[in-house]
Design a protein around this ligand. Structure first.
Ligand code: ATP
Ligand code: AMO
Length: 477
């Protein structure tokens, strides 16, 4: 009999001569003469060549007629090819097919081909220079047929890397005594105070989809949990299409009791992300290589740099870039970026990335002590100068991946800060009141999972790191 086998686990030495049964997608089929067909079978990111021959050529003709991406079962014997097979992940083994069944037929004219979706910009440019016509499939079309698009080697790798990011986040925090929680996503008011909130009707009461677990993760700390984390969906009614905003993303959130200073939160960020990048470089080398083949990027530099906002502004000014010392560095940067529409980053942002890279040899940095005016209502002002706040943002390659801060745990100050920002305090009364029954000083941070993967892998567009992205226009598939 033939034993079920996985393509990825074939070892040339032990697999040769084994009678196997394999189910996979017909990635490519071609006839070789009248009696032989070559079928490339794909399972996940692994591919193997199958040789269909023998008899009167009937099975080879059937194979050659299979539509690409049809799901097929082959049964046969593993053999060692005379030369390494080109274009498959299993180059040192092939299968001599004895039986072939089509399990599920794909339509003959696929809306996009996996080959075309897997092409790098360089491949297309090279072909064009050589006078060849290679179809380029745009991102929008690829996302429209995401089920096919996800089958490329780079996409298979991106979501394996994403899974590792989430896993390291949990493992490191669990090892530091944090407890995982789940907060409600249906809430009575906006948690970030911004306009970007999805409103809905909750059995007759006005309600919102949570813009972050902010209020309830703080309430969990008030509830006696010293250190909590959450992995869950975050909803933002973003109205403009950017390369880094989604309307639904996966939030990795942390909240913890503080002893002295919000730098205790930065310490957790530091340990967590250095461990994470280290883990990815060590354990996801194959995946990173597959991503790099389609989307080339520079290797990551593994140290963290910590600077205060003022120092960052000063560095930029010394480099001759004009920035408002009390304005939002992020927003200012974005506005400049928008003005020159083909350029993703402004001069300030590019200069900032280069300054840190050249002077400190890193593209990963924590910028602290932001001006209070550009931070959310729940942020603790600095005790020495309330124009500044106990807050920070974390950047990878010049773009934000994390926001964090110490929170106000005095209910009167909290209500006053909310009101000053035009928030109706009655919509967050339960939250404000939870600081009336004894509340420890605390702080935390929020990370966007898709942004971490996008920036770590240098992917340039957040849609690439969301399985089925929800952007301002896209609600399907
Ligand atoms: P983040 O979560 O990164 O802090 P945000 O939602 O708080 O982002 P800001 O960084 O304050 O937003 O930027 C303000 C607005 O500028 C965003 O809502 C977005 O619509 C727009 N924007 C952001 N990045 C870009 C960009 N690269 N190009 C054009 N517009 C952008
Ligand atoms: P903030 O609004 O900065 O902070 O969000 C935290 C992190 O979430 C990611 N992010 C997004 N990712 C994809 N699409 C979006 N539209 C989007 N918006 C934000 C970013 C960002 O750094 N409550 C605070 C966090 C805290 O202080 O604990 C908050 O939500 O990676």
């Amino acid at each position: 009999g033939y034993a079920w086998a996985d393509v990825v686990s074939f070892e040339p030495a032990s697999a040769a001569g084994r009678a196997v049964r394999v189910r996979g997608a017909a990635q490519a089929v071609r006839a070789v003469g009248r009696r032989v067909a070559i079928l490339v079978l794909r399972q996940g990111a692994a591919t193997v060549q199958c040789v269909v021959s023998g008899g009167d050529g009937g099975m080879a003709r059937f194979a050659a007629g299979l539509s690409r991406e049809s799901v097929v079962d082959v049964a046969g014997v593993v053999s060692l090819p005379r030369e390494p097979v080109r274009g498959t992940t299993q180059q040192l083994v092939e299968i001599q097919v004895e039986k072939l069944h089509c399990i599920s037929r794909a339509v003959p004219n696929l809306p996009i081909s996996v080959d075309a979706a897997a092409r790098s910009e360089e491949d297309v440019a090279r072909a064009k220079a050589a006078g060849e016509q290679l179809v380029h499939v745009g991102q929008d079309k690829r996302l429209g047929y995401r089920v096919i698009d996800l089958r490329t080697a780079a996409n298979q790798a991106i979501f394996r890397v994403q899974c590792q990011v989430e896993n390291v986040f949990r493992q490191v925090l669990l090892s530091e005594g944090f407890v995982g929680i789940h907060t409600p996503k249906l809430i009575g008011g906006s948690s970030e105070g911004g306009a970007a909130v999805f409103k809905l009707d909750y059995n007759g009461q006005p309600a919102c989809l949570a813009q972050s677990p902010q209020l309830h993760k703080q309430m969990a700390v008030c509830g006696g949990f010293e250190r909590v984390f959450e992995v869950g969906p975050v909803f933002r009614a973003e109205s403009s299409d950017t390369h880094r905003h989604l309307c639904e993303f996966v939030g990795l959130d942390v909240e913890m009791a503080l002893r002295d200073h919000y730098s205790e939160v930065c310490d957790v960020v530091d340990r967590l992300f250095v461990a994470m990048f280290d883990h990815l470089n060590k354990n996801c080398a194959k995946e990173l290589e597959a991503i790099q083949r389609q989307y080339p990027f520079k290797p990551y530099l593994e140290t963290t740099l910590r600077l205060d906002y003022d120092e960052g502004i000063r560095m930029l000014q010394e480099a001759g870039v004009h920035v408002d010392p009390m304005g939002d560095l992020n927003t200012g940067r974005e506005k400049a970026g928008r003005a020159c529409s083909r350029q993703r980053f402004s001069i300030a942002c590019l200069t900032w990335v280069e300054l840190n890279h050249d002077r400190y040899g890193t593209e990963f940095y924590i910028l602290g002590r932001y001006p209070s005016a550009v931070r959310p209502f729940y942020t603790m002002p600095c005790s020495d100068d309330p124009r500044y706040s106990c807050s920070f943002d974390v950047f990878v390659r010049g773009e934000e991946i994390i926001s964090g801060a110490q929170r106000v745990h005095d209910p009167e100050l909290l209500a006053a800060q909310a009101e000053a920002r035009g928030i109706d305090v009655s919509t967050i009364a339960a939250y404000v009141n939870s600081f009336r029954y004894g509340a420890p000083p605390h702080g935390g941070f929020g990370v966007g999972l898709e942004r971490v993967v996008m920036l770590f892998c240098g992917l340039g567009n957040i849609r690439k790191t969301s399985l089925f992205p929800r952007d301002p226009r896209r609600l399907a598939p």
